[in-house]
Design a protein around this ligand. Structure first.
Ligand code: KIV
Length: 254
């Protein structure tokens, strides 16, 4: 799709019924995100999410999905310790959970782990920019890469993850210009969230897209259910807007 210039749509999802609707809407990627810690479990961050939680939700989603790619988000503490422990946990998400790919947060520092998983048959999605599992180090949920030095670090992270064998790269909360530069410089697809209109695809949290989350949704998100008659119509509108490059607009970008 990247080489054909076609935009990729992705939403987070955590259960069978929503997975079925998203799949019907023609979405390309279903992400069982650790955002489930916030939107399903009501925590302030994603840090309390366990392997058991992600495994359970991945199993639910896999049962509802026929054609989309299912990515399971590796939770905090399940992959940072060593490549071997990352492999053991990732293998469970693929073998028992039915995921096609796993996602891990971090750049250069995770390159060895990415290669370890890929060499053993597990496709990996990288995730750089705002990495919510590092919220305590980042000092909050903040846009990343505004200064030239941090922008350069993110460019290096993207190159390293591609060289390490990552198949896909999520860019979260980065200036649009930086995300465009990274997207143009790597051959793997980038999927942005709060990263402007020029990434190869877009991902949002399902509960923001449906206006279900009771707390404040991020400014880069949009309620697609407003004015629609059903969840299926709302998700189709998201897919259509991503494909036609109508979403994200300037008001959703940094
Ligand atoms: O867990 C999640 O929902 C994510 C997306 C925000 C990319 O990682």
């Amino acid at each position: 799709m990247k080489s054909r210039g076609e935009r990729i749509s992705c939403l987070t999802v955590y259960d069978y019924s929503f997975a079925h609707i998203l799949d019907q809407a023609g979405i390309e990627i279903l992400l069982v995100g650790d955002s489930l810690g916030m939107v399903i479990q009501g925590h302030e961050t994603t840090l309390p999410v366990s392997m058991c939680n992600v495994l359970y939700h991945t199993q639910c989603v896999s049962r509802g999905c026929n054609s989309a790619l299912v990515i399971a988000d590796m939770p905090f503490g399940s992959y940072q310790g060593s490549p071997q422990s990352a492999y053991e946990n990732a293998a469970r998400l693929v073998g028992e959970g039915g995921a096609h790919m796993v996602k891990i947060e971090g750049g250069v520092v995770m390159a060895e782990t990415v290669t370890f998983l890929v060499d053993r048959g597990i496709p990996v999605c990288g995730h750089i920019g705002l990495t919510p599992q590092s919220v305590n180090q980042l000092g909050g949920f903040r846009v990343q890469g505004r200064e030239e030095s941090t922008a350069e670090e993110l460019r290096r992270d993207a190159r390293n993850l591609e060289e390490a064998g990552a198949s896909l790269l999520i860019l979260e909360a980065t200036p649009a210009q930086l995300a465009k530069g990274i997207t143009d410089s790597v051959s793997i697809p980038t999927v942005g969230i709060g990263a402007g209109p020029d990434t190869d695809g877009q991902v949002l949290v399902l509960y923001d897209v449906l206006g279900l989350f009771p707390r404040k949704s991020p400014s880069f998100s949009k309620d697609f259910l407003e004015g629609k008659g059903s969840v299926l119509e709302a998700v189709k509108a998201f897919v259509d807007d991503v494909r036609a490059r109508r979403f994200p607009g300037p008001q959703h970008s940094f």
